[in-house]
Design a protein around this ligand. Structure first.
Ligand code: ZN
Length: 267
């Protein structure tokens, strides 16, 4: 880690920050694409909406996963970004994470590009409700189910062999099918979030990417837009990213350790 180079590149410019799964691994939430992660094929939006069996499988695994996901606590990176925001050193925060840990740490005005796992949306009437409330309903419908043991996977998923006995809950308002309020693979990011993110890039003095391999276009396009504007781009990530060629500086390391090394962390 070349600390001097970091300060040369960023100077006293304020940061627009884009975060990915690598920020939350320090909170015990696994990453799809970290260098140590096994390859995974998460359920796509198309699979989810196609059959009741797919939704049953999703909700059974997510029900067990939520019990663990909700216990995750913000870490040094989340806290550092909160104090940087308070000190006026950020111009915005866009996250690809759905865990809500930036908000839990106290961050304001976060753009949750891929939604929030602690919210639920009805596919029929589009009402958004709380995941905690759904969890209680699912627990009542499936007593003891959440004590099942399986490998903890990304996005609050737990690997379970057989989910055929799980009872799924419906929308209390209209009886429609419920989906977590997150953008699945194969689904588009809602347009207003994309536009608000581009607006932040258009005004940005620098872009700092923390813990994302930028494998999906939903995040990479903002790095491309920043590159087009010619502002400094710093990428901190373990392993290569699809934005490495666009970066002014690439740091191949963890987020918390890097923020500590460059002297901005609060812990
Ligand atoms: Zn509904």
């Amino acid at each position: 880690m070349d600390e001097r180079r970091w300060h040369e590149v960023l100077g006293d410019r304020r940061w627009l920050v884009l975060t990915g799964a690598g920020v939350s691994t320090d909170s015990g939430i696994p990453d799809y694409r970290g260098p140590d992660s096994p390859p995974r094929t998460p359920m796509t939006y198309q699979e989810f909406i196609r059959t009741p069996e797919a939704r049953q499988r999703y909700w059974a695994r997510a029900h067990v996963g939520w019990s663990r996901m909700r216990q995750a606590e913000p870490n040094l990176t989340h806290r550092t970004l909160v104090s940087m925001q308070a000190a006026g050193r950020l111009t915005g925060l866009i996250t690809q994470n759905v865990d809500g840990l930036h908000e839990r740490a106290g961050h304001r005005d976060v753009i949750d590009l891929h939604g929030r796992i602690d919210r639920v949306v009805c596919l029929a009437c589009h009402q958004v409700t709380s995941r905690a409330e759904l969890h209680d309903r699912l627990s009542a419908l499936n007593p003891g189910y959440e004590d099942r043991i399986g490998e903890f996977a990304p996005d609050g998923d737990v690997v379970l062999a057989d989910t055929a006995d799980f009872v799924v809950a419906e929308c209390l308002r209209c009886g429609g099918d419920l989906k977590p309020d997150v953008v699945f693979f194969g689904e588009n990011v809602p347009k207003d979030r994309v536009e608000r993110s581009y607006a932040l890039v258009a005004e940005a003095e620098s872009l700092v990417v923390l813990g994302s391999s930028l494998q999906v276009m939903s995040g990479l396009r903002f790095v491309k837009a920043a590159h087009k504007r010619g502002i400094p781009i710093v990428i901190v990530n373990r392993g290569t990213t699809r934005g490495d060629d666009l970066a002014t500086l690439k740091v191949d390391a963890g987020c918390a350790e890097t923020l500590r090394a460059v002297g901005v962390s609060t812990g």
